[in-house]
Write a protein that binds this ligand. Sequence first.
Ligand code: SAM
Length: 270
Amino acid sequence: MREQGRLRYGHQMSNSDKKTEHNKTHFGFTEVDVSEKTERVRNVFDSVSNKYDLMNDVMSFGLHRLWKTALINQLKPKENMTILDVAGGTGDIAGRILRETNNKASVTICDININMMEVYRDKSIDRGIINKDQSASLICSNAEELPFSSASFDAYVIAFGLRNITHIEKALLEAHRVIKPGGRFICLEFSQVISPLLNRLYDDYSFRVLPKLGSLIARDHASYKYLVESIRKFPNQEELSFMLKEAGLGSINYQNLSGGIVAIHSAWRF
Ligand code: SAM
């Protein structure tokens, strides 16, 4: 692992990884080589990092803030907890955990994309947070191969990250490994809309409007087309619950928000 300030680099896909994987997977609605997907996803978030926070507010009419509040309400972070925010990006969740615990929780953001975490670092500096105890640690690494000891976190949180990961099963096994026995797993992710009417409206908005907003605001139509498509390819509430069980997690339940546009899955490691 290479160190640069507080940013540390973990696993990068090696050439041997690339040679040994011949299977196909999806990148949105496009079929790609398994070995290509992580890099493509990294490029998406490289491209959108500067406009990511603004786009979240615009695209969701600010709803993502309420969804993230619901996640924090479920997590109930406490002082002295060690919490891993996987695919933490620009640090929305990590920042909320730190505020909720008066900076007393130990929070680590782990993301494959250095540009996204640099946005978090710059925001922290702009807010006058330069003391390292008041901000999250930043680790650049793939969720499929976490550079942490087993049983090292009280909670593992992942918000809008899981659907971007190439091998979701691998990431969930890693989640199970790094959570302490008795610790919590929480995932906030887009899911399956329950009402057919809402689903039709949501589809129209997603496919017709969102990529155009991406073009206008972030000058990036393709990344926001990927966003919409990746949501449709992601397992629904029940399928994800099954995957969590397969990864060894227990007491699994989920809460639909905004009619199932997103869901919060909660589970425990025993
Ligand atoms: N959690 C943040 C939030 O809720 O605003 C950011 C979510 S953003 C939609 C998805 C993040 O997942 C990006 O920052 C991206 O770099 C990260 N990501 C994608 N694939 C990853 C992987 N395999 N391992 C770790 N992070 C990954």
